[in-house]
Design a protein around this ligand. Structure first.
Ligand code: AMP
Ligand code: MG
Length: 408
């Protein structure tokens, strides 16, 4: 447990958060439904050779290499899915299709385009070495091999599992995340605004961010800045989620009740991290469920989600890190920041003359939301400096592929 008044570095905070993440239980799903899921155990043991039998890599003629060059009698045909049991006698060939089992006695395949068939005879002008165009049994995988299928199930990993004869898989259950916006000023997106009101952007945005991590989101009804109402919503959310993510109410204002509730009814681990945007951040337990309280400013909420909630949800799925590509990028102009905190500046990065350049995606205030959507990266500028300097190189977290964002 970390003392709650301490200001934590990013490293200390992420280490602490990841130390608390427990993998979800597993569940069985059909392979056809498994895209994007994560195997509970990435080691899959092959039970058969793949392929299970030697087969032809080409449409052509199965032959005995020792007969060639020469003219052979075509004594039959074998298509994919069929089997020819008779051994191939010397001086004969069998027409064979790609994927069909090599008949016993044959040891090579001559492609159609290298053979001349007239009636039931085929002339092959060149010699071939034994094994030519034969896909040996087990040349992809041997029975007993341990195949590592780690990470989210992509099309190619699903293909490997299917080839191994797997029809259903044990995957980590998607973490369930209850999302709760707090604030007297908040109104449903789409509803008209009264004086002093704003649309609740965090609820829907955090729900989307949760789903992007492979977790399930449960958007709770937003609550006013009223401790009893917020506590009621947390009691409702706790048994339904593996994690509660709140936004707003974790700062030091008079109406910042989420932090106060954690202190009174729960267990507050820490509530300030030296990152910009996002300093106030709460982590704790309430009504038996883990809670991460994000700041209310939408930019701060999304950046701290990226920094802390995303790796936490991935850890619950058995995945490592943030799943993002980290690159080195150089600003084309100075960008100021707070010296005491590590900044995550919203930038557009692009490649030019073999280097990755970065420019500010717009205003860097945590109330300026649009640059967050226009950025394709977060530029990490460390503690102890008051700006990202032109030409210097910084680590950047790619949120979108280079080139997919707006042009510089
Ligand atoms: P708070 O963390 O509650 O002090 O809120 C900080 C700022 O974020 C205030 O300007 C709030 O109006 C704003 N804010 C809080 N929650 C949301 C939300 N769900 N959607 C949009 N803005 C919010
Ligand atoms: Mg508030």
């Amino acid at each position: 447990m970390v003392t709650s008044r301490e200001m934590l570095t990013y490293e200390a905070a992420i280490r602490h958060i990841l130390g608390l993440a427990e993998p979800t239980a597993s569940e069985t799903v059909p392979l056809s439904e498994a895209a994007g899921r994560v195997l509970a155990d990435p080691a899959v043991t092959a039970t058969v050779d793949i392929p299970a039998f030697a087969n032809s890599a080409m449409d052509g003629f199965a032959v005995r290499a020792a007969d060639l060059p020469g003219r052979l009698d075509v004594v039959g045909e074998v298509a994919a899915g069929a089997v020819r049991h008779e051994a191939l006698a010397s001086g004969t060939a069998v027409r064979i299709m790609t994927g069909a089992p090599i008949p016993p006695g044959a040891d090579a395949v001559v492609p159609v385009e290298d053979a001349t068939q007239v009636g039931e005879r085929v002339t092959i002008a060149d010699a071939v070495e034994p094994g030519r165009h034969v896909r040996g049994s087990g040349h992809d995988t041997r029975a007993g091999d341990e195949v590592q299928v780690a990470g989210e199930l992509t099309a190619s990993r699903i293909a490997v599992l299917a080839s191994l004869g797997v029809g259903s898989v044990e995957v980590r259950r998607r973490p369930r995340v209850a999302i709760l916006s707090t604030g007297d000023e908040l109104v449903e997106p789409g509803a008209p605004l009264g004086p002093g009101q704003i649309h609740d952007t965090n609820g829907v945005a955090l729900a989307a961010a949760v789903r992007e991590c492979g977790a399930e989101s449960l958007l709770m009804a937003r609550q006013p800045d009223d401790p009893a109402a917020i506590d009621g919503a947390l009691r409702d959310a706790a048994p339904r989620g593996d994690l509660i993510v709140t936004s707003g109410g974790v700062s030091v204002g008079r109406h910042d009740h989420v932090r106060a509730l954690l202190e009174e009814h729960g267990d507050l681990d820490f509530w300030r991290v030296a990152v910009q945007p996002g300093k106030p951040l709460a982590m704790g337990m309430i009504h038996g469920t883990r809670l991460i309280g994000l700041p209310g400013n939408p930019v701060s909420a999304l950046v701290t989600f990226e920094l802390f909630v995303r790796p936490y949800l991935r850890a619950m799925l058995g995945l490592h890190g943030d799943g993002r590509m980290h690159i080195a990028a150089s600003p084309v102009a100075r960008m100021n920041k707070d010296r005491s905190r590590r900044a995550y500046l919203r930038v557009v990065v692009w490649e030019e003359d073999g280097r990755v350049r970065a420019r500010s995606a717009g205003g860097q205030l945590s109330s300026q939301l649009r640059p967050m959507a226009e950025a394709n990266a977060l530029l990490i500028v460390p503690e102890g400096v008051d700006a990202a300097r032109e030409g210097d190189t910084y680590e950047a977290v790619l949120l979108d592929p280079i080139g997919r964002g707006p042009t510089p």
